[in-house]
Design a protein around this ligand. Structure first.
Ligand SMILES: *[C@@H]1O[C@H](CO)[C@@H](O)[C@H](O)[C@H]1NC(C)=O
Ligand SMILES: *[C@@H]1O[C@H](CO)[C@@H](O)[C@H](O)[C@H]1NC(C)=O
Length: 353
């Protein structure tokens, strides 16, 4: 009897699963979604992962210019603080409100968990089939929007740079690099942590000891090295930063580096779902995609001129796998903290020299 009941229960579960409608790809144009969004009231709240307060200014200005009358508040903070805030909002609201409508983060481990908790709205923006399937959730719960990375760009201030270029990480151990490196604490940013994991796997822990002995200036945030090199008129270089100031240039490195799909999602609790869809669609549309990629890697195949999946020694999915194993992440973080100490300084998003 019991078996029969279980089989019946199982059968109805199967039919439920089969009956659940698959998310279809958006067929409306941006302007049609815009029309739907204009019927909603309220401000779209976007949690934008980054480590420079101004890093969402460009996208805010472009979105507002393209869609007048839509209220949007895109705020930048470290991804690791956004997920805490979002989870706390969810907790204190008794699971009714995530506090934000959209999140765009590097904390890739959050998305599958939020999906499993039933908190994400499935949405497949129009260019869905152009996005590498490795970078999306197949149900549309979250989507890789941009490809970011560390280690590939080596930034310096050409006005003060007077040292021959390093060919690989071993070169930074040479005497000419003494007191000239500005690097982000790997124990403060999981993407930088993953880069350092790759470096340790290639060169061993002895390398880290020798690097530290070079008198590295360790800072919080991945914009900070670039800002220090710019505003502090420092001769030196960083491989954990990007050009966050006009007078800083980047050169491609020749050693290990990492990339990941910066991923976006819409929370089911949003009171402005059409506006949220408009924002995700805008980010994935050709215009913003080309701006964001700047001729480099992208999650959309037709925008990804360099071919992120064709780079020797680079696995663009490995950071997501690393992030999913929190025990491993914590073990690596504390390995570095043992050597470097706790990250010193305030929230780097508000960094000023
Ligand atoms: C925008 O959102 C941030 C983060 O939630 C908040 O601190 C700020 O007050 C908001 N700004 C406006 C104008 O609502
Ligand atoms: C600026 O450079 C000086 C000399 O290299 C250094 O001592 C100081 O810590 C730097 N300031 C910042 C904010 O990085």
């Amino acid at each position: 009897m019991r078996t029969t009941i279980n089989i019946l229960a199982f059968a109805s579960l199967v039919s439920l699963v089969v009956a659940a409608p698959r998310t279809t790809v958006e067929t409306r144009t941006l302007d049609q979604i815009y029309q739907a969004a204009q019927k909603e009231t309220g401000t779209l709240r976007v949690a934008w992962g980054g480590d420079l307060a101004s890093s969402s200014d460009g996208v805010t200005a472009a979105f507002r210019a393209r869609f007048p009358g839509i209220n949007v508040n895109i705020t930048t903070d470290l991804s690791k603080y956004w997920d805490s805030r979002i989870d706390r909002a969810y907790q204190v609201s008794n699971r009714r409100d995530d506090g934000y409508d959209v999140a765009v983060l590097q904390a890739l481990h959050d998305f599958p968990r939020w999906k499993a908790e039933g908190r994400l709205l499935n949405y497949k923006a129009a260019p869905w089939n152009d996005i590498y399937p490795q970078f999306v959730d197949r149900d549309g719960a979250y989507t890789g929007l941009f490809v970011f990375g560390f280690g590939q760009n080596i930034v310096y201030n050409p006005n003060h740079f007077n040292t021959p270029f390093a060919q690989n990480y071993l070169d930074y151990l040479k005497p000419e690099w003494k007191d000239k490196l500005i690097l982000t604490y790997p124990n403060d940013d999981d993407a930088v942590l993953y880069l350092f994991k790759l470096i340790v796997q290639k060169y061993g822990w002895g390398y880290i000891d020798r690097l530290v002995a070079q008198g590295v200036q360790w800072v919080r945030g991945t914009a900070t090295p670039s800002l220090v090199l710019s505003r502090n008129n420092t001769a030196g270089l960083s491989f954990t930063s990007y050009p966050s100031s006009a007078d800083i240039v980047a050169r491609e490195g020749t050693d290990v580096y990492m990339v990941w799909p910066q991923t976006g999602t819409i929370f089911k609790s949003t009171p402005v779902p059409e506006t949220a869809k408009l924002f995700i669609s805008f980010l994935l549309d050709n215009e913003w995609q080309n701006t964001a990629a700047g001729g480099g890697f992208a999650t959309r195949k037709s925008i990804d001129k360099k071919g992120v999946f064709k780079q020797p020694g680079l696995d663009p999915t490995s950071y997501a796998a690393f992030m999913a194993n929190r025990q491993q992440v914590e073990a690596w973080r504390f390995q570095f903290e043992t050597t470097l100490g706790t990250p010193q300084g305030g929230n780097p998003t508000y960094y000023t020299v």
